[in-house]
Structure formats: C-alpha cells, structure tokens
Design a protein around this ligand. Structure first.
Ligand code: GP9
Ligand code: MN
Length: 671
C-alpha cells in the first residue's frame, strides 16, 4: 500500500512538472468562466457549471497534446483567448441586457457602431478588464517555461498521444458525470435556450456559448426539421386558447378614427407624476395620462431586439423570437399585424423615424408588417438638429406634422407609428437642450436657497433631463397637431418601448440621497430604500396612454398589462381582430398575465422569476398556491414556445395556405 502511495506521489509529481502549461491553461480558463458567473448570476460555488466548464476546457485541451510541445503554447493560448473573449463579451452584454450574448445577433452587430458611445459610457466597467489577466498570466508562464528550457525537457518524454487520450478520457468522464446530474428541466431549457441565465447557471458559459452557436443556425436549419411537431403544437394551442372577439364598454368606441402610435424611446413609468424641486419631470405625459386611458402597470416584453421587439409585439401580439430577433432573422415570415388589418379597412399605414432605415432592418420589416410607407432619415427628413443618436425629437415632430396633414388630405383614415430617438442611451448629449435641474434645492437654517448635487452629472440625472426633453417634444407635437386640425379624428397612443437599463446603483442614489450630508444614507437607516432584484424588475414598467381630444376617458387601469395586450385591446376599440393574438383585450380578461421572453411572468398577485424558481407576492395578504405558480409557469412556457414556432416555421402563412387548399377542395367537391 505504502509502495503504491509512493508510486502515485512520484507519478503525480512528474505529471505536474511536465504539464505546467496545460494545467495553467485549464486553471486560467476555468477562472474566467467562474469570474463571469461571479459578476453576473453569482452562483460561482455551484458544482454543475464548474464541471461543465471543465469538461469543455479538458476536451478542447486534450487535442493540444497532438502538437509538438514547443508549439503547444500557440494552441492553448488561442483557446484561452477564445474563452476570454466569450467571457468579456458576455460580461459586457450582461451589464446592458441582464442576459447573455448570442451569435444570432452577429447580424446586427454593425449597429454597435451606432451605439458605441453607449458601450464605453455606460457599460464598460473595471471588472471587464479582470478577464484579461487570464491570457496575460498564461503568456507570462509560457515565457518563464521557455527560459527554463521546459519545452525541450518535455519533448524528450514523448508521451503526447497517451496524454491526449488520458485527458480526453478524463474530460469524457467529467462530461458523463455532468450529464448524469442533469434534470429534465435543464435539458429542455438548454434546448430552448431562451432562459439564458438558467442555462449559464447550470451549464456554465462555455457550454452555453457552444449551444448558442448551434442554436443560432436555427433560422436557416430549423424550418427544415420538426415542422409536423410545430404545426401540431400550434393547432393544439389555439384549439385550447380560442381568442373570442370581445364585447365590453370599449367595443368600437374608436371605430373609424385615425390611430397614431408614438414609440416613446426608453421612457419609464416611474417618472410619471414625479417632481424634482417641485417641478414635474413629464408635465405633458402627466396631463395626457389624466385625460385619457392610463395603464399604470404596463410592461414591455422585449428581448435582445429591444426597440424592434417592442414594435413587433405591439403590432402582432406575438412574443419576440427566442433566438435572434424577428426583425433581423425572421423578417421574411408572414404575420397578422395591426397595419395589415387596418389596411383591409381602408386605412393608409405609415411609420416615421429619424434614424437610418436599415437600423433593425426596419426598411424590410416595416413593409412586411404592412406599412404602406416608411418615412426615414435623410430621404424624408432634414437632419437639421441632432442629439445623441441622431435627429432630435423636436425637429422630427416638427417635420412630421405637415406630412401627416398631407396624408389626411389624401386618405380617409390612417394608422401611423412615430418612432422617437432622442431619449436613447447615452443621455449626456442632452446638456444645454433642456433647463431641467436635477440637483437638490433646499433652504438652509439661515433661510438661504442652497443646493446639493444629487443627480447632477449622474447617468440617471442625465436620463431624467432627457425624458423631460422628450416630454416637451411630445407636448409640442400635440399642440402642433391641434393647430393643424389633426386631433379631431385621431386617437393617440403613447407607449414606452422598454426600460432605460440604468444600473441599480443609480437608483440607490436616487432613492437614498441625503442632501444635508451630500451622501448616500446608510443601509441600516430606517428609511433606506433597498433596490433588490424584484423592485428593479418591477420598476422597469413603461407608460401606456390612449388619448383622444374629443373623447376623454379619464380612467386609470391598474391591471398588469403587457405589450402583447395592446393589439387585442385596441382591436376591440377600433374594430379589428387577430385570431392568433397571444395577449388579451385588457377589458375582457379576469386575471391577466404578462409573460416575459425569458419565461418570467407577472400577474396582479405575483412576479415570478422562473430563472431562479422563486417569486415575489405583490399583495401580501393574498398568498398564492403551488398550483397557481405551476399554472402560470406553464402558460408562460406555452406562450413563448408557440410564439417561437409561429415565427420559425412561418405557421401563419402555412396555415393560411392549408385553409385555402381545404376551401378549394370543398368548393370542387360541391360543384
Ligand atoms: C434606433 C432606435 C433604438 O433607430 O430605435 O433602438 P434600440 O437600441 O432601443 O433597440
Ligand atoms: Mn428602444
């Protein structure tokens, strides 16, 4: 026994001594993947993702042994760089989107050029540089090994192929061990890939990224396989969830009116009715929300396609794609959309935006959604004043009004979408464009007016100024439209397209600033407001207002509502109907649920985090049962899944074709 132990000791010593480079590669690559989880999902002690990451690193590393020792560094270094890049990209991505990067977005990566400022201003953090330590250390180790003639010594041992085989076997055993630990939920989520946080928490970043690379080929490959199952799921879903036309107090109230949708870039609801130093941040939105129908618990359901996802969900009542974005990867499919349905009723349909029309592939997708014309950028607008990403909202709106006037002169009705731009991150260009103050003014003991810096110079401070600017622009639009006589027959709908993705720390300052000491209150302070996961998520809601000059509805709707509920809700008011809507007419549903693309869901009673399988009760006196949670978790999964099937397999088009064939067949039979 002692002999055996001794032999093992000697063997391991020689192994360690002759494998310094390989071991360094393994440890340093594993360090980065663990660091990434440390900075993002925070489950760095979990054993499953560590084993998964290790299996990938070992399996990839094993092949390095087939290379001569003096050239092995190049191989291990290349892989370490690839792993490091994956970690940095995902770290950056997580800071911005609270999710992980996907290859399917490469198609839109050019847009990064347009938002490059936003990346350096708001996203790049010190932590993102930590990952670079891994390749730097590997390089230093290599240099020192070279100096010590390590590679020459190792070449003499000539055990390359055996080592490769052994490492491969160890890697495979690890993989087998890992697979044995997987649950059915793990496998199903890896397959679906939309619960990205969960996938990284269970499978580690490297397996996630490999799986993502395969999943990203989905738009091209998937439609070739699995069509029958998808069509079956689709049929079964709509058999069970028939969408009846609703009949309620709001039915047809706006029938025959024009409909103007205003896509309010990144405006969040928490600023409605908010005052700083007694001054309203959004006086115009406040007024409109009091006069019109105001939905105070309304959420966008966007995924990585941000603005474009919201446009898609708004106009089709479907969810965003689970891999890639509809506007870029699935723009050529057929969808039932608001512009198409209103066009059937004789409406002229248009969209207008100050930015480049190719952004988010809008030039193609807007046509496909049924807009007769997309007015955009230099062809249609004079780019005479720019703020941030491009044409300022005030100039845009100023130029929009005569165009709409012309449209009304040539058409009986219109459906239009105006996409705002100025309030897009970063908001630091807003300085000088608004006089809104975000310092904290108060009277000191001597009765003098003094001020503390509060939000001045912070991201949230700039954002608030920018929202104030956007609100002024909206006020100006309404006035100009009124002056042009355009408000008598037009209903205006204003929706925030998604939240501004401002960091938690900014909100901590917002809620907990003490102007007298000019510091952030202590966590133990009795009135300290904690910004935890749930309060952050719930604060992401955006405003939704339906306003008409001639029919002031003066109603606040507090029921939770999602972007996908807009189409059926407006459909009931304007008399159009989409049998494939996944959302509901908010005035005809008992208990509504907002499903998010990652499978999280929200009802009036609960926000459920399906990533972490836990929830927050919203009405503390009303507990919910396990059945309740299971019911809505299933609804959320079914909704995301059927939506994705429609998108990937072009099921609306296929169903229409099948129905037409059936009809033809029946007609022929009856002849
Ligand atoms: C760009 C604008 C912003 O044209 O709509 O898009 P986003 O970055 O919010 O998706
Ligand atoms: Mn947007």
């Amino acid at each position: 026994m002692k002999k055996l132990l001794n032999k093992f000791k000697i063997n391991s010593k020689t192994y360690l001594k002759t494998n310094v480079l390989f071991i360094s590669y393994v440890i340093l690559s594993l360090l980065n993947s663990t660091l990434l989880r440390f900075f993002t999902v925070k489950n760095y002690f979990a054993i499953k993702p560590i084993i998964a990451d290790l299996s990938v690193i070992l399996l990839v590393g094993a092949l390095g042994y087939f290379i001569k020792p003096k050239n092995q560094f190049k191989y291990f270094f290349t892989w370490n760089i690839i792993f490091t890049t994956a970690c940095i990209v995902n770290s950056l991505y997580y800071t911005n989107y609270l999710s992980y990067a996907s290859f399917s977005l490469l198609a839109t990566s050019l847009q990064i050029v347009d938002v490059a400022d936003a990346v350096t201003e708001n996203i790049l953090e010190i932590k993102d540089f930590f990952y670079l330590l891994s390749p730097i250390l590997l390089f230093i180790i290599h240099k020192s090994l070279k100096r010590k003639d390590y590679y020459e010594k190792v070449s003499k041992i000539e055990v390359g192929k055996i080592r490769a085989l052994n490492t491969l076997v160890v890697g495979l055993i690890m993989l087998g061990f890992f697979i044995s630990m997987l649950t059915a939920v793990d496998i199903s989520r890896l397959n679906k890939q939309w619960n990205r946080e969960y996938v990284v928490m269970q499978f580690g970043i490297y397996t996630y990224q490999i799986n993502d690379a395969i999943a990203s080929l989905k738009p091209q490959i998937s439609p070739l396989f699995g069509y029958d199952d998808a069509a079956k799921e689709f049929r079964e879903y709509y058999d069970k969830n028939t969408r009846e036309k609703s009949n309620n107090d709001y039915t047809n109230i706006f029938k025959g009116k024009n409909l103007l949708m205003i896509h309010a870039e990144s405006i969040q609801q928490f600023l409605i009715d908010k005052k700083i130093n007694g001054v309203e941040v959004t006086p115009n939105l406040n007024k409109l929300s009091k006069e019109g129908l105001y939905f105070s618990n309304f959420y966008a359901q966007e995924s990585v396609g941000t603005s474009s996802d919201s446009e898609f969900t708004l106009n089709t009542s479907l969810m965003p794609a689970s891999s890639g974005t509809v506007f870029v990867s699935y723009w050529d499919r057929e969808y039932v959309s608001t512009p198409k349905l209103l066009k059937e009723k004789g409406y002229y349909t248009f969209s207008m935006h100050g930015n480049n029309p190719s952004f988010w592939n809008r030039n193609n997708m807007h046509k496909k959604l049924g807009y007769d014309r997309f007015y955009a950028y230099e062809d249609d607008f004079d780019i005479d004043e720019t703020i941030g990403l491009g044409l300022s909202d005030k100039s845009f709106f100023r130029q929009v009004v005569p165009k709409i006037k012309e449209i009304t002169e040539e058409n009986t009705n219109f459906y239009g979408t105006l996409i705002m731009l100025t309030n897009h991150t970063p908001w630091n260009d807003i300085e000088g464009k608004t006089d809104f103050d975000v310092d904290w003014k108060y009277k000191n003991e001597q009765g003098e007016e003094v001020s503390a810096p509060y939000l001045e110079g912070t991201t949230l401070g700039n954002y608030i100024k920018s929202v104030h600017y956007a609100d002024e622009a909206l006020g100006q639009l309404i006035n100009d439209m009124d002056a042009a006589g355009l408000l008598e027959d037009t209903v205006i709908v204003i929706y925030g397209d998604h939240d501004a993705k401002i960091k938690k720390s900014e909100y901590v300052r917002y809620y907990n600033y003490d102007p007298y000491t000019e510091t952030i209150k202590d966590k133990n302070d009795s009135d300290y407001v904690d910004v935890d996961f749930y309060s952050y998520e719930l604060n992401r809601k955006v405003p939704l207002i339906v306003w008409s000059k001639t029919n002031k509805l003066k109603t606040e709707v507090k029921e939770v509502m999602g972007m996908y509920d807009i189409m059926p809700t407006l459909g009931n008011m304007f008399d159009f109907y989409n049998p494939y809507a996944l959302g509901h007419d908010i005035f005809s549903i008992n208990e509504n649920v907002v499903v998010f693309p990652d499978g999280n869901w929200l009802t009036n009673k609960m926000y459920y985090n399906s990533q972490k399988e836990e929830g927050l009760l919203l009405q503390s006196d009303e507990p919910v049962s396990v059945d309740y949670i299971n019911k809505y978790t299933k609804i959320a999964e079914d909704t995301v899944s059927v939506s994705d099937k429609i998108i990937v397999y072009d099921l609306i088009k296929k169903t229409k074709e099948t129905d037409e064939l059936l009809e033809q067949y029946q007609n022929n039979k009856n002849k």
